[in-house]
Design a binder for this molecule. Structure first.
Ligand SMILES: NC(=O)c1ccc[n+]([C@@H]2O[C@H](COP(=O)([O-])OP(=O)(O)OC[C@H]3O[C@@H](n4cnc5c(N)ncnc54)[C@H](O)[C@@H]3O)[C@@H](O)[C@H]2O)c1
Length: 310
């Protein structure tokens, strides 16, 4: 029998982390969640731990010694622990501590332990405001906040430990992730909750400007699939976009959610100047490197979300 693979998943008790852990269990990984439970779901972790294949290390990525000790014996690392983009402007010191120093602690420990693959949760925000769509991995990066700067630095640190210690890595640049289990305060997707709450109350969603601002919404189930594929792909040492390639405008989103709820309301447009930013991933590399094609269309994912009451 082959030796069991052990995945060390930082932030594994969070929104994306729990979906990743469930898919890893289906692939017969043993999972060690490393999470300080700042935003983690303790009950969900306890249920997963009943399988006997999941353990929780309740610790902080800012403590390099704790990270190094806890990683002993791991064959794969998925680094998801981070504080969010909106907190990063409010408290840049904490953001850099957790997102840059913390990422370095995890990456350096992985290089030292000689793990088979390191998968980093990076972000589409490393591109800044894109000059063209779709956004390609080789486009110029222009990270605009401490959070985005940390994601870019994480990618650069991976390349450094690859050169220095032969670390094998993939940095996944997640686009706008949504799906069951997401906290209602999530930055980019809070617009979903705002619209759904109004529509369910029989009130029309209110859109600033013409609603031309767009996002590339990708379902968390697809994101978790991409993570697992990245842990096992033959090609490595590159950043890879994880999006659908489809830019959904705020006006499209309002229409999708109205249809999903089945409500008889029309959006209201609030005329004012809005800075229109748009997002859509070039998905070519994800297909080539990971064999990844998103499975859940945004209309279906949003409808499921509403059915689940989220
Ligand atoms: N959700 C998105 O749309 C999105 C988009 C791009 C990138 N990402 C990235 O994906 C990753 C996961 O995001 P999420 O949406 O699941 O967020 P989340 O907040 O739900 O999960 C993050 C987890 O990290 C843990 N954590 C925070 N600080 C920690 C610390 N100092 N030490 C140990 N654990 C700590 C939290 O307790 C939480 O369980 C993050 O790196 C995030 O930047 C998310």
């Amino acid at each position: 029998m082959s030796t069991p693979r052990t995945a060390f998943v930082t932030g594994g008790a969070g929104f994306i982390g729990l979906h990743v852990v469930r898919q890893l269990l289906e692939k017969d990984y043993k999972v060690r969640i490393f999470d300080n439970m700042f935003r983690g779901d303790r009950d969900a972790v306890a249920r997963l731990a009943e399988s006997g294949d999941v353990e929780l290390i309740d610790q902080d990525v800012r403590y390099g010694g704790a990270v190094h000790a806890a990683m002993k014996g791991a064959t794969h690392v998925v680094h998801l622990a981070a504080v969010s983009i909106n907190k990063s402007e409010a408290d840049p010191y904490e953001s850099i501590d957790i997102n840059t120093v913390g990422a370095h602690n995890v990456i350096a420990a992985a290089a030292d332990h000689g793990v088979e693959r390191f998968v980093l949760a990076s972000s589409a925000s490393v591109y800044g405001d894109p000059k063209k769509l779709p956004m390609h991995e080789d486009d110029e990066l222009s990270p605009l906040t401490p959070y985005c700067i940390s994601k870019r630095t994480g990618e650069d640190l991976l390349a450094y430990y690859q050169r220095r210690a032969g670390l094998s890595w993939i940095a996944l640049r997640f686009f706008n992730v949504y799906g069951p289990g997401q906290k209602t305060t999530a930055y980019y997707t809070s617009v979903i909750n705002h619209f759904v709450n109004r529509i369910k109350n029989g009130e029309p969603p209110v859109i600033d400007g013409k609603g031309e601002q767009s996002m590339d919404f990708i379902h968390v189930h697809d994101i978790a699939r991409a993570v697992v594929l990245a842990m096992e792909s033959e090609q490595s040492n590159v950043p890879v976009n994880v999006g659908t390639g489809i830019d959904t405008t705020v006006a499209d989103l309002a229409r999708i959610l109205i249809d999903a709820v089945g409500a008889d309301v029309e959006p209201i447009f609030n005329p004012r100047d809005v800075l229109v930013s748009r997002r859509a991933a070039d998905t070519t590399r994800a297909k080539e490197v990971l064999g990844f094609v998103p499975e859940i269309a945004v209309e279906d994912g949003m409808t499921e979300l509403i059915r689940l009451g989220g």
